[in-house]
Write a protein that binds this ligand. Structure first.
Ligand SMILES: NC(=O)C1=CN([C@@H]2O[C@H](COP(=O)(O)OP(=O)(O)OC[C@H]3O[C@@H](n4cnc5c(N)ncnc54)[C@H](O)[C@@H]3O)[C@@H](O)[C@H]2O)C=CC1
Ligand SMILES: O=C(O)C(=O)COP(=O)(O)O
Length: 634
């Protein structure tokens, strides 16, 4: 923490891989070696030399000399380099331009890079040219870059130390950088603290020497209680993504600077309880059970993303009571499930799986017996939601007659016919496909009684949730021939990872297609989900919007501009809004925008106010009775 006033504090900041995301000489090489036949190999060499220099393995002067030799760079390459670097300024430096400008007198850029490209970049964010300390290129008569100014201490080993010593700055010195040479200033005793900057690169040798690791400039500013662009640094917000969610989702969170942990499989309740304690954003798929016991330990949890359609694995009521917003991807894998259902319907009614298995054993069994077309047959859909309706349309295109039953009144698409009762649907259908959601009351919706009502030789599909079907009853129905073929994608118990054996009584039964819960597992669906769900979670975290939440009052908020946003989640009891506004009135706070939405369980009040207000306001808002969660955004 800063011990002296800001007037006595100097911020010494490195350039390559700190101020910018890249190493400028690497980029220069990409430009100067364009068209060179060994370009890739030379660039790789340059990168290795850079890393060896940065981690202290070879001397700095050696590293500069070796790289300049390989570069074959020319003065004319510099404008293109500067243009590229302008687009490669580190995100957290861009965000905190205000801090850089406000404290320009005390910010020093100290780099063993070159002024020719550093000055135009850093001055664009308010840094003073006279505070840039770096090397300069030496050009030959034709403009080729041949070496660097050898008089400059920054081209020599421990150059940064020499420079800071010569500057004789009076006050505290805080060094921010990604390299070993930045740490050397601290090692020499000239700096008070060294912050290893890891937004762009992580160098273990440097991290182990640091007083503090700063995954972003926001972290540095937060740690020193300085004004910054983010109320709370994202690097301090932990995201836990389970069940192999698509890499695009991981990237989205990482590019925003969150601290992301990914696990391939699901976790059981006890494992999740251990993990959840410091997690703010949880991403799961259909397997992970977010129970009330898990939620008891989830004190930091702000939101849960179900990277799938179903949310029956999440205790939504407890989430709501704890002010945790839950989001899902309601349409991203709909089509994938429908296509699999259609494929299975045809495969099952033609007995393809047993025939194919026999063929693999060398048996040629050419016969039309018990093989049928789907055209003109009756398909019964239990559950006429997004999947049910989409399947209805595609099945009609194949010439099937569609019947459906839903507990809610639904518009029949095309020529589909509504059944008044489930029993009516079961009795009329040649094919039955389940597409209800997995709410607890749907457990064993289809059991012995229901199979008994079905036509002899029915084809039966469950791609919804495992507990909806009584497996023993299904096994019996298959063995007695009531069910002539079954496609089952979901099971009451499913293995936690691909390493666990699948154990189920359906194994080994004839004309039964078993699939490992892959109805929604297509590249397209997973990538869609990987983009969609983080989008929702980030809108909530960054902006407070809850549009699309499955358990929260839904609000779509405008972007925050020049104000602070106070998010107040409370139990839905009378009088909370009045209490909130009484506090604002008491402190003479001018409200710039206010939004309120409630559900039966909770109320969500969002208030945008001018930036000047006392901490007392925040404390009082937090302390209103029945407050569940309070957040401040800017
Ligand atoms: N196998 C897989 O990989 C996948 C499975 N699913 C499962 O499919 C389910 C359905 O997905 P969507 O169609 O998108 O959901 P949805 O919410 O749009 O539709 C579900 C429909 O089922 C109805 N319903 C609920 N209980 C019922 C009952 N007892 N009898 C009749 N109708 C009932 C609802 O009223 C609703 O219309 C998901 O909840 C999920 O569990 C979804 C995607 C992939
Ligand atoms: O979307 C759903 O509800 C599914 O069942 C798909 O689940 P998954 O993401 O494959 O675990």
């Amino acid at each position: 923490m800063l011990t002296k006033t800001l007037e006595q504090t100097y911020f010494v900041i490195d350039f390559d891989s700190t101020f910018t995301k890249v190493e400028a000489l690497d980029v220069l090489g990409e430009i100067s070696l364009a068209g060179h036949r060994d370009r890739e190999a030379i660039l790789e060499k340059i990168k290795i030399i850079t890393d060896r220099g940065m981690s202290g393995e070879i001397s700095l002067s050696k590293s500069i000399e070796l790289r300049l030799e390989l570069l074959h760079a020319h003065r004319d390459h510099l404008p293109a380099l500067i243009e590229t670097l302008k687009n490669e300024i580190s995100d957290s430096f861009q965000r905190n331009r205000e801090f850089l400008t406000e404290h320009a007198d005390h910010i020093y850029i100290v780099s063993s890079g070159f002024k020719e490209f550093i000055v135009p970049i850093v001055t664009s964010l308010g840094i003073k040219e006279e505070n840039v300390f770096a090397n300069t290129f030496v050009f030959d008569a034709d403009g080729n870059i041949v070496s660097c100014d050898c008089e400059n201490p920054l081209s020599t080993d421990k150059g940064k130390v020499k420079l800071i010593r010569d500057l004789k700055l009076e006050g505290d010195i805080y060094v921010i950088g990604d390299g070993y040479t930045d740490y050397e200033i601290r090692e020499s005793g000239l700096a008070n603290r060294f912050y290893a900057f890891t937004e762009n690169v992580m160098r273990p040798k440097v991290i182990e020497k640091a007083d503090h690791v700063a995954p972003s400039l926001d972290e540095f500013l937060y740690h020193n209680k300085l004004s910054r662009s983010q109320s709370y640094p994202k690097s301090r917000i932990k995201v836990l993504l389970l069940e192999n969610v698509h890499p695009v989702a991981v990237k989205l969170f990482e590019s925003e600077g969150f601290n992301v942990e990914i696990l391939k499989g699901a976790l059981d309740e006890d494992e999740l309880i251990e993990k959840i304690r410091d997690v703010s954003i949880l991403g799961i798929r259909s397997k992970t059970q977010v129970t009330s016991r898990v939620l008891e330990h989830a004190n930091k949890l702000m939101c849960v993303g179900a990277f799938c359609i179903g949310t029956n694995q999440i205790d939504l009521k407890t989430c709501t009571e704890k002010g945790i917003a839950v989001f899902n991807a309601p349409y991203s894998n709909t089509r994938s499930v429908v296509e699999l259902a259609i494929g299975e319907i045809i495969m099952l009614v033609r007995n393809i799986v047993p025939k194919s298995n026999k063929m693999h054993e060398g048996v040629w069994d050419k016969s039309a017996k018990n093989s049928f077309e789907v055209r003109g047959k009756k398909l019964g859909l239990v559950g006429y939601g997004n999947i049910g309706t989409q399947l209805s349309v595609v099945a009609e295109a194949l010439g099937m007659e569609v019947y459906f039953y839903d507990i809610v009144d639904k518009l029949a698409l095309g020529n589909a016919r509504k059944c008044k009762t489930l029993d009516e649907l079961l009795a009329v259908s040649d094919f039955i496909s389940l597409h209800t959601d997995g709410r607890a009351s749907n457990k064993n919706l289809i059991g012995a009684r229901e199979f008994a009502l079905m036509k002899e030789g029915v084809i039966f599909l469950n791609l919804s949730r495992g507990h909806i079907v009584d497996i023993e009853a299904l096994v019996n129905a298959i063995k007695t021939g009531r069910v002539a073929g079954a496609g089952v994608d979901v099971f009451p118990y499913e293995p936690k990872t691909n390493n666990e054996e699948f154990i189920n009584e359906l194994r080994g039964l004839p004309n039964v297609i078993l699939s490992p819960h892959i109805g929604g597992s297509t590249e397209e669906a997973q990538e869609n989900i990987g983009n969609f769900v983080p989008g929702k979670l980030l809108e909530y975290i960054n902006n407070g919007s809850t549009y699309g939440s499955v358990n929260f009052p839904e609000v779509q908020l405008p972007l925050l501009k020049d104000s602070h946003r106070l998010l107040h989640i409370h139990a839905n009891v009378p009088g909370i809004l009045a209490k909130i506004n009484a506090i604002f009135a008491n402190y003479h706070i001018n409200i710039q925008g206010q939004y309120l939405k409630t559900t039966e369980q909770v109320g969500y009040v969002i208030t945008d106010i001018a930036k000047d207000y006392s901490d007392e306001v925040v404390n009082e808002l937090r302390n209103i009775d029945n407050t569940i969660k309070f957040r401040l955004l800017y």
